[in-house]
Design a protein around this ligand. Structure first.
Ligand code: NAD
Length: 272
């Protein structure tokens, strides 16, 4: 939620961000609000976190509202879009960000561990993406606010490309999200709906707090990041605010890696 350079205006547009009570989702919500969008801040359990995100947007002079929903439940997702529409009108921008990890060596990974991750990261992406497309269509094009009928962004991960041992559920969910995003982008591009993904590297949030805070954790992480710092949520929030703006109007079906070079195979630098 740090200060940043101005992003292209999103004034007059409504955005929904899932999992926006913390971390990257909270930052996406704030950056969209800073750019002028009205923002629906979805949360599953942390009302306090969602209220803090809403307060941060209002402090910038923006409009925001918290709405509870579990993105892995079809009826919750529809209710989220209904509540959003009642408050701020139909969405122009949807950021499907909610996600989680449940790491285990494969032999110890229960079906519940597998389903918990797939149902939020991948099925949740499908449910949110499908509802976004339906609502964009019903709204119709409003060229006075955007050249696109709608903009949908999935929060993927570098692990849609980099295999990740002990997290086969997570890597499979993000790999699945890549082709969900690309196939959906191909399907709806003729309607001027843009579908893209952002793929963060290591960003300091709750999802990797334990990993970062264990002895030597940050040092090990930094070995994988040529740019030499762990990312901040705003690194992603700013990228998303740009990706949904008309400055990026000709971009669809793409994954924007925001990872300080993690996908550059840094271990090959100077040898290999
Ligand atoms: P985070 O734990 O702070 O945020 C995840 C958010 O998703 C939380 O607010 C959580 O409450 C919410 N959520 C989980 N299940 C939900 C559900 N069923 N319905 C609604 N909300 C739900 O961690 P984060 O790092 O900000 O993660 C956000 C996204 O970024 C995730 O999709 C994650 O996979 C992705 N990502 C994070 C990193 C990183 O290094 N932090 C890297 C790559 C990708």
């Amino acid at each position: 939620m740090s200060q940043s350079a101005p992003t292209p205006s999103l004034a007059g547009q409504t955005a929904i961000v899932t999992g926006a009570s913390s971390g990257i989702g909270a930052s996406c919500a704030v950056e969209l609000g800073r750019a002028g969008a009205r923002v629906v801040v979805n949360y599953r359990g942390s009302r306090d976190g969602a209220d803090a995100t809403v307060a941060a947007i209002r402090a910038l002079g923006g409009e925001a509202e918290a709405v509870q929903a579990d993105v892995s439940k079809e009826e919750d997702v529809i209710a989220l879009f209904d509540a959003s529409q009642a408050r701020f009108g139909p969405p122009d921008i949807v950021v499907s960000n909610a996600g989680l990890q449940r790491d285990k060596p494969v032999a110890d990974m229960s079906l519940d561990d597998w389903n918990a991750v797939i149902s939020v990261n991948l099925t949740g992406g499908f449910l949110v993406g499908r509802e976004a497309i339906r609502r964009f269509r019903a709204k119709g094009l409003r060229e006075d606010v955007s050249r696109a009928l709608g903009k949908l962004v999935f929060d993927s991960s570098v692990h849609q490309r980099i295999p990740w041992a002990f997290r086969v559920n997570y890597a499979a969910s993000k790999g699945g999200l890549k082709l969900l995003m690309e196939s959906l982008a191909q399907e709806v591009a003729p309607e001027r709906i843009r579908v893209n993904a952002v793929a963060p590297g290591a960003i300091a949030t709750d999802i990797n707090k334990a990993e970062r805070e264990k002895a030597g954790g940050e040092t090990d992480m930094l070995k994988l990041i040529p740019y030499g710092r762990i990312g901040e949520p705003a690194d992603i929030g700013r990228a998303v605010a740009w990706l949904v703006s008309d400055a990026a109007d000709y971009i669809t079906g793409q994954t924007l890696f925001v990872d300080g070079g993690m996908t550059l195979y840094p271990e090959f630098r100077g040898n290999g």
